[in-house]
Design a protein around this ligand. Structure first.
Ligand SMILES: Cc1ncc(COP(=O)(O)O)c(C=O)c1O
Length: 384
């Protein structure tokens, strides 16, 4: 591998001293600046003797973090609402549909999605939702044509992962959105495994919703999910999963009926997790400074090298062969995934395993080429 010059900002991630961190699909390393950010939160909190915390900081922080995330999603400012987590973000969107009173009551999703997806749609069946889960024949891909074939004039929403947590399979978003819109269906993409490592173009794709969170590729803390809503949808939809923060004038504490905010805030619920917002900001700022384009280029260069390395040795590749169909992870089938994770951790190589997927290995911008090479060589020695 010939290494391009990129500021890997390694000194800013204390966790990297522990070994080779290839876990960004699960738990990103914490930036050193998060400590100061959390302390600043605590210091300010200690000073607050009234509701001024909201006025001076807490209220605008959600918007600020949302705007920081919008840069990574290729979206305009004011289009991202912070959520407690990605599952609630999805439930909030699901709660906008009245499945019983419309002939458009079918939701299309796939077997490669994160389990919350199936659980949430399953729970909507009693409310009249019809759910089609498109299977994956090889456990790695669900071809775009299969998804397109399932979309018909009864489909209200296509909801699936942009990049699968199981196989790293990445669907081509633009033709999916174009085709769904032509038939009158909306599209939600779960970009949890894309945002921060793959270039996204929410505005250009015209996608209706994106969901995700900060703890993985975005080097943030837990419980900071997000929901992107296409700007022209922000005035119409009425989420039934709601709360006072979604009100047009929350500090009026008005009685019902609900008057939804005429902005993306209408998709909020109650008090935001302020500590989570503080924990997420430094990682988001680092990702923005390094640059998504640069990070994505690095990801492709390294995952290509890893795929070649695996194929040359006859290993079982559980991710797509082509970079254009892959996210930032490479999945390798091994005889006993959990055991291999332990053996690699003993050699200070940190990856994880999932049933059916095998090892999940994810280089990010902060990894050196030497680390990626050493990790793969260590795995090769253990596989022998
Ligand atoms: C693709 C994807 N979607 C959703 C989730 C779940 O997110 P949350 O815990 O924020 O609901 C994960 C977590 O691993 C994920 O990988």
């Amino acid at each position: 591998m010939t290494t391009p010059s990129i500021n890997r900002r390694r000194d800013e991630f204390p966790t990297l001293h522990s070994g080779i961190h290839l876990l960004s699909h699960s738990l990103g390393p914490v930036p050193r600046a998060a400590r100061n950010s959390m302390l600043a939160y605590y210091d300010a909190w200690e000073q607050h003797t009234s509701e001024d915390a909201w006025a001076t900081n807490w209220w605008e922080l959600s918007r600020r973090v949302g705007d920081q995330i919008s840069i990574i999603l290729g979206a305009v400012p004011g289009s991202v609402q912070i959520q407690p987590n990605a599952s609630i973000a999805l439930s909030t969107v699901a709660s906008c549909f009245d499945f019983r009173s419309s002939k458009r009551n079918k939701v299309v999703t796939t077997a490669l999605d994160f389990p919350s997806m199936e659980y949430i749609w399953d729970a909507r069946k009693v409310l009249g939702a019809r759910v089609e889960i498109i299977p994956s024949e090889d456990g790695i891909v669900v071809p775009l044509e299969r998804v397109l074939k399932a979309i018909d004039e009864t489909t209200c929403l296509v909801a699936l992962s942009h990049t699968s947590f199981r196989s790293s399979y990445r669907i081509d978003a633009k033709p999916l959105v174009e085709c769904a819109h032509k038939i009158g269906a909306l599209v939600l993409l779960d970009v949890y495994q894309s945002a921060g490592t793959v270039e996204l173009d929410a505005s250009g794709w015209g996608v209706d919703f994106l969901i995700g969170g900060t703890i993985k590729w975005l080097c943030g803390g837990p419980a900071c999910g997000y929901l992107y809503v296409r700007p022209d949808l922000q005035r119409d939809l009425r989420p039934r999963l709601t709360g006072w923060v979604a009100h047009e004038a929350p500090f009026e504490f008005a009685q019902s009926p609900m008057r939804y905010a005429r902005s993306v805030r209408r998709f909020a619920q109650g008090t935001p997790s302020i500590p989570a917002l503080y924990s997420a900001l430094p990682g988001l700022q680092i990702i923005e400074a390094v640059g998504i384009e640069q990070i994505a280029r690095e990801s492709i260069r390294r995952t290509e090298w890893m795929v070649e390395f695996a194929l040359e040795r006859g290993w079982q590749l559980n991710s797509p062969r082509k970079a254009a169909e892959r996210g930032g992870s490479v999945m390798i089938g091994v005889a006993d995934g959990p055991m291999m994770v332990i053996q690699l951790a003993e050699k200070r190589v940190f990856v994880d395993a999932r049933p059916g997927a095998g090892l999940r290995i994810s280089p990010h911008f902060f990894n050196t080429d030497e680390e990626v090479q050493e990790a793969m060589a260590t795995l090769a020695a253990l596989i022998k």
